[in-house]
Design a protein around this ligand. Structure first.
Ligand SMILES: [Zn+2]
Length: 421
């Protein structure tokens, strides 16, 4: 509904059908409107006539403009009277204060758009010096029947308008001087500087100048201490619902991942708090193949383990071996399990020297292959890691299996591999 007369917004409401035996105002603001009329009435008979006329459908179309409502009211004797009720418009200054208040409280406008007028809105407006609802004597009457105060016609008009107000509180704001469109446009303009067209010196969204805030750092209270780390990581939500999951969705695997993510977050948080600000431990990011092993090491359900194996290109047993290596030494241990490499000349010389001097008694015969030394005719092996440490391995069910943590001494590692320690 656009209004071609911007300077004089006006809304016209078609005549309402007769309303038998019901009150005129259901809402609290409609009732407040009628109270202003009824408190001021000198003659209760006029109010009674007004209610009767309004109920009978004698009030014609109602026009609402700033400061004035008008309708033609048909008397019982079929004579028509033009009735006007005047209400003071808000001043520019009052509108300014009302709009400032409304910009601060977005909820008020949302309520108005829902055609509601919460008591808080009226109270907040009153606190800003703006009375939205009429009070005693605020509804002035003009009627061509010649009455000097309210007559049955103007009372009928007020009762009718109470029904309109019930439907739409913007009717009251229009009487007070501003149409809905105009108000909403104005509110938009007023709220705009908060998100755009910010002056250059206001760098933060709070409108606080960054340089000023920084300069004031000395007088500000210290940053509060970090909150304590929770004793345990949080629990994930249960995804075990009655409904069948969508194809490809594995609730058990998701729950497992959520649990692991919470544990990892808890671990990182605890570590960060321990390390404080001086020292940030930087950990290399895991590849997805390594992360699958990390996840599998927390003993998930068999179906999840199977997915981790498949997803990381290992068979079930391969993943079990990887988990074992992981438990002995993390990423380096996993590398030693899954890759074999040629030892650089310098490191090889050092390794050979260690192999020659580590045994007090006779060393078992070893067959070398790249970074692995295997006991000839036996089921034990030592593997040289990139950091010069030795990893014990034992052949079990046909596969080389990690047998313990790394040692700087090959004899210790081999003893572990042979199950002697
Ligand atoms: Zn009259």
């Amino acid at each position: 509904m656009s209004d071609p007369y911007e300077d004089a917004p006006e809304r016209t409401f078609a005549a309402l059908p007769p309303a038998h035996g019901r009150g005129f105002a259901q809402t609290w603001w409609g009732q407040a409107w009628l109270k202003a009329l009824e408190d001021a009435a000198m003659d209760l008979q006029q109010l009674k006539t007004g209610r009767r006329l309004a109920r009978a459908g004698a009030v014609g179309a109602v026009s609402v403009r700033p400061g004035r409502i008008t309708a033609v009211v048909q008397d019982r004797d079929r004579t028509s009277h033009r009735a006007d009720v005047l209400l003071q418009e808000l001043s520019e200054d009052q509108w300014d204060r009302f709009l400032s208040m409304a910009v601060e409280r977005a909820g008020h406008i949302a309520a108005l758009l829902d055609r509601e007028m919460p008591p808080h809105l009226v109270e907040d407006a009153a606190a800003a010096g703006v009375e939205l609802l009429p009070g005693l004597g605020d509804l002035e009457a003009e009627c061509d029947c010649g009455a000097w105060d309210h007559c049955g016609h103007t009372a009928a008009l007020c009762y009718q308008v109470a029904r309109l107000l019930d439907q739409d509180p913007f009717v009251l704001l229009l009487m007070r001087g501003r149409g809905e469109r105009e108000l909403l446009d104005e509110l938009q303009v007023r709220s705009a500087p908060r998100t755009e067209a910010t002056p250059a010196r206001q760098q933060t969204h709070e409108g606080v100048d960054a340089a000023e805030a920084y300069a004031a750092g000395d007088i500000l209270p210290p940053v509060p201490a970090a909150p304590p780390v929770p004793v345990e990581p949080g629990l994930p939500p249960s995804l075990d619902t009655e409904t069948e999951p969508a194809p490809g969705v594995d609730p058990a695997a998701l729950e497992f991942l959520a649990t692991q993510a919470a544990r990892e977050a808890h671990r990182l948080l605890a570590e960060a708090v321990r390390a404080g600000h001086e020292q940030h431990s930087i950990e290399a990011e895991l590849t997805s193949a390594q992360d699958a092993v990390r996840l599998a090491s927390s003993a998930p359900a068999a179906s999840v383990t199977a997915r981790l194996a498949e997803g990381s290109g290992r068979d079930r047993e391969g993943l079990a071996l990887a988990v074992r290596a992981w438990e002995y030494g993390g990423v380096p241990a996993l590398d030693v399990l899954e890759t074999e490499w040629t030892v650089e000349a310098e490191n090889l010389a050092r390794a050979r020297a260690a192999l020659a001097s580590a045994w007090e008694e006779e060393r078992p015969p070893l067959r070398a292959s790249r970074n692995r030394w295997t006991v000839v005719g036996g089921a034990a092996q030592v593997r040289l890691g990139p950091d010069g440490r030795w990893w014990p391995y034992r052949k079990e069910r046909g596969r080389w299996t990690p047998a313990g943590p790394a040692s700087p001494d090959p004899a210790t590692a081999l003893a572990l591999a042979e199950g002697q320690e």
